[in-house]
Design a binder for this molecule. Structure first.
Ligand SMILES: Nc1ccnc(=O)[nH]1
Length: 420
């Protein structure tokens, strides 16, 4: 049988089998695909497609970005630099966002979605602001159109994110456009409890779930996640109730933390952590420590609370860095969040479940969605950021990223060193 190498695959090709590929557990397997699913682990039988010798390569579950802001992407330089804190970023964004047109939002958001897709991020939940100016729904409309444009490549959920001063009638108009979820940042309002109640009520009225920025602050008295748990505890399990950020959980006593996490677990509230942006936004005022502004991830997992992660902001007033590639988030979950590389990868893929997408773990019966990386372990893939990646959806190659350094240059350097 003629076997091809992964780096010879071309986007658009359908793969039939991967031979001798290493899985997340480090086991070398051969997997067969049919009808967009993984059908066996001995690569026998099967319909049309390419057979690939994937020795030296790993099969990893695709990444999910559960907290993006694609409408703001790539505005850092144009928007001017805020001083650093969340409040600065919000006010800088509000005056700049007013100037952003529907067309420009669409161009920026498309650029981030494309970068994410090429990196192997095939599921994204994005918040979209109401933009100041005459047509406050222009960003939401633009991103809803991109949800169609990327169908089959990136599964996109759109969260319409209002501030406390946005009238309920305008929020109902956004619901009418077909958003997936409602969002809000109640801790920034003068009456956080009343604001979260209004959002949950609007969501119930529309039959939608919520993903709310709760407690993006080091102030330990901010615990909106408890209000969210109380207000949604009777919702059916299938209705989304996610708490984004939950930074203030880092500042609780162990006793309070245990109570809050058990309330969240009982109510079915999931937590979305955003390490990159929160490492940047919080702690500016602290005199010595620069607290890391991450909720306690291992305690969250031990309490049985659903946990996923987001890239959050990409080169905008909230974070000058960020690039849409969730592998940097995996690295941050290891370094700042104290998870193993394997556990961190699982947190970044767990978001698929929160989006009610089919399982893609590489097991028989799962959809044939995956990233092939040239690496021998998940730790190596994360440490080196996996420069070579092939993204597969439903057995079809949708993107390929090659090594930027030319191997010839490396061999010339090596040859010179040997001669010296
Ligand atoms: N971390 C963030 C809070 C609010 N809005 C954003 O875009 N990002």
């Amino acid at each position: 049988m003629l076997l091809r190498r992964p780096d010879e695959l071309v986007p658009g090709e359908t793969v039939r089998s991967l031979r001798a590929v290493t899985d997340l557990d480090g086991t070398v397997v051969s997997v067969g695909f049919a009808d967009g699913r993984i059908v066996n682990r001995d690569a026998e039988g099967l319909a049309a497609g390419v057979d690939v010798d994937a020795s030296d390569w790993m099969l990893l579950p695709p990444m999910a970005d559960l907290h993006a802001h694609v409408d703001k992407a790539y505005t850092w330089s144009a928007a001017g630099s805020p001083e650093g804190s969340l409040e600065d970023a919000v006010s800088c964004w509000q005056s700049f966002g007013e100037l952003l047109t529907y067309e420009q939002i669409k161009i920026n958001a498309r650029r981030q979605l494309t970068a994410a897709m090429r990196a192997g991020v095939t599921a994204i939940r994005t918040h979209v602001n109401y933009h100041e100016g005459p047509d406050p729904l222009r960003g939401i409309r633009a991103v809803i159109e991109l949800r169609e444009e990327f169908r089959g490549f990136v599964d996109l959920q759109v969260v319409a994110m209002h501030g406390y001063n946005r009238e309920s009638d305008v929020i109902r108009e956004a619901i009418g456009l077909g958003v997936d979820l409602l969002g809000d940042a109640p801790h920034l309002s003068p009456d956080p409890q009343a604001e979260i109640e209004r959002t949950v009520q609007l969501a119930e009225e529309a039959g939608l779930g919520v993903d709310i920025h709760t407690d993006e602050t080091l102030n330990p008295n901010s615990l909106g996640i408890r209000d969210l748990a109380r207000l949604t505890s009777r919702w059916p399990a299938s209705m989304t109730r996610s708490a984004g950020h939950c930074v203030s959980l880092a500042m609780q006593t162990p006793e309070t933390l245990a109570v809050v996490l058990s309330e969240a677990a009982a109510a079915g509230v999931s937590i979305i952590t955003n390490p990159l942006t929160n490492l940047y936004l919080q702690g500016w005022e602290h005199p010595t420590a620069t607290p890391r502004a991450l909720p306690p991830l291992r305690s969250i997992l031990e309490a049985g609370v659903g946990l996923a992660a987001g890239g959050d902001n990409v080169q905008d007033p909230f974070n000058p860095l960020g690039n849409g590639d969730m592998i940097d988030v995996v690295a941050a979950l290891v370094l700042a969040g104290h998870l193993t590389p394997r556990a961190a990868w699982e947190v970044v893929t767990a978001g698929r479940g929160l989006m009610n997408l089919p399982r893609a773990t590489g097991a028989v019966g799962d959809v044939a969605d995956m990233i092939l990386v040239r690496a021998t372990s998940v730790a190596e893939a994360v440490a080196e950021r996996a420069p070579e990646r092939i993204v597969i959806r439903g057995g079809r190659v949708i993107a390929r990223r090659r090594l930027a350094i030319d191997a010839v240059d490396v061999s010339i350097i090596e040859a010179k060193e040997i001669r010296a």
